[in-house]
Write a protein that binds this ligand. Structure first.
Ligand code: MV4
Length: 458
């Protein structure tokens, strides 16, 4: 087992990794930017080291800074958390060259899944249902027209280097295709340095369902079931839950089998998430694989009782998964609300000093946060300041627990998204489980820039 892990991240997820390391008896190293000198992840790590100025590009995103910190502190592994360098095949390769273990899948698997067109092909080959579309990047106008005509409108153009919704365009008819293709390629080139795009049939108002898997280096892969993540706004998830009310036991078993086979086909070792679209008729289609721990992993931990971060660390150290698929059981229902330091009306950041911070606790409530009274929320990073996770015997108990937990959460000095979450929890469609990726459109004020791209009709 590792003796010392460097955590290449900040905030609640850095603390979450520290929890797992402490329970496993592993020493921790916190890295921090000049804006995070007083952060809790620094306080609770065994060692800490400053890696540069506040700007992410100069600190948390700097491979040389992270690797140097690991060398100086003698860490034998790096946990990247989520965001920042968590899906950097390059960091994973540099780690390998430096004999530091990267806690994530092998670099070639990260690279494969990072290219969404290649991932689509690999998953198709492994028997995962995909939407009709181009077999790789589109070569030009003529080919695009031909593919779109064959699969039928509407179609969606996606960047091969994209993911998470960046650089996508929906095309309703052939007259719009050439212009949309040009713009999508230009946007992809500007955002990712790679202008390649691919085409898929567009599904209107689907659900976003994802499956959590864990794999080890001995060919074992287990499914930890699904999370329903349809409630999001501008590709930022707001609330996630498990199980999804949309899945029957039959389709759940089918999807679980598909993801386990697919993960085995690419020799997937570590935690991973397979994202799907679920259409109105209950058919599911592969979207992408996230090769990292995800923000919403706690809902899966609450219903399975499995500590996903500890398993990640164990398998990265060369141990076997500590359980078999037949030992995975699902109990009750869990919901997570992401609390952001934002103006909930305008969705603009609300950084500043938290002057009051009081958390609820009580039965079935878990809170993952690195915030505390008198802490400063810097403007440089993601605005998520806490995750409130509620577990209950069933969905209605989980909702009731979440409501009382949020009603009894007091955060002063900054604005938060708690009022928006309470609106969602009180919504009759939410309570009835009538969800889709269009759900939040009803709460969506017009964007200041007037861009309505990807606002879907319900
Ligand atoms: C789609 C889609 C409909 N049809 N692909 C958005 C995030 C990125 N991972 C893919 N996304 C979508 N891809 C096809 N073929 C609709 C979306 C989509 C979406 C997906 C999940 C959650 C929220 C969403 C909001 C708008 C669009």
């Amino acid at each position: 087992m590792f003796k010392k892990i460097l955590i290449a991240n900040r905030g609640e997820i850095a603390l979450r990794v520290i929890h797992a390391c402490r329970e496993l008896g592993i020493k921790t190293v916190a890295v921090y930017s000049e804006a995070d000198e007083h952060a809790l992840h620094v306080r609770f790590a065994d060692e800490d080291i400053c890696i540069g100025p506040a700007r992410s590009a100069d600190s948390y995103l700097s491979v040389p800074a992270i690797i140097s910190a690991a060398e100086i502190t003698g860490a034998d592994a790096i946990h990247p958390g989520y965001g920042f360098l968590s899906e950097s095949a390059y960091l994973a390769e540099v780690c390998e060259a430096c004999h530091i273990r990267f806690i994530g899948p092998d670099p070639h698997v990260i690279r494969l899944m990072g290219d969404k067109a290649r991932a689509r092909r690999a998953m198709k080959k492994a028997g995962v249902p995909i939407l009709p579309g181009s077999d790789g990047p589109v070569e030009g106008d003529e080919q695009a027209q031909k593919i779109a005509r064959e699969i039928g409108y509407p179609v969606i153009i996606k960047a091969t280097a994209g993911g998470g919704g960046r650089g996508m365009r929906v095309v309703e008819n052939p007259g719009e295709l050439a212009q949309a293709l040009k713009l999508a390629q230009r946007e992809a080139e500007a955002a990712f340095g790679i202008g390649d795009v691919y085409i898929e049939k567009y599904v209107i108002s689907p659900r976003h369902i994802e499956f959590q898997v864990l794999g080890d280096h001995y060919g074992s892969v287990v499914s930890l079931g699904e999370r329903e993540c349809s409630i999001q706004r501008r590709h930022q998830k707001l609330l996630e839950e498990s199980p999804s009310v949309a899945l029957t036991e039959k389709i759940r078993r089918k999807m679980g089998g598909v993801v386990v086979d697919a993960a085995k086909a690419v020799q997937y070792a570590n935690a991973g998430t397979f994202e799907f679209l679920l259409d109105k008729d209950g058919r599911f289609y592969f979207m992408e694989v996230n090769t990292r721990l995800q923000v919403e992993h706690p809902v899966t931990e609450m219903v399975t009782g499995i500590d996903i971060v500890k398993e990640q660390i164990r398998v990265a150290a060369g141990e076997r998964l500590s359980f078999k698929q037949s030992e995975v059981t699902f109990t009750g229902h869990a919901i997570e609300c992401r609390i952001n330091a934002e103006d909930p009306e305008r969705f603009t950041p609300s950084p500043g000093t938290i002057d009051v911070f009081s958390l609820p606790g009580g039965p079935g409530v878990r809170i993952d946060t690195a915030a505390h009274t008198d802490c400063v929320i810097p403007p440089y990073y993601d605005s998520m300041i806490a995750k409130v996770i509620a577990h209950g015997r069933d969905r209605s108990e989980a909702i009731a627990r979440m409501r009382r937990a949020l009603e009894m959460t007091v955060i002063g000095g900054i604005k938060t998204t708690i009022p928006l979450h309470l609106k969602i929890l009180n919504d009759p469609d939410f309570q009835a489980g009538r969800l889709s990726t269009s759900f939040m459109d009803r709460y969506q004020a017009a964007r200041p820039d007037g861009n309505t791209q990807l606002r879907e009709a319900v």
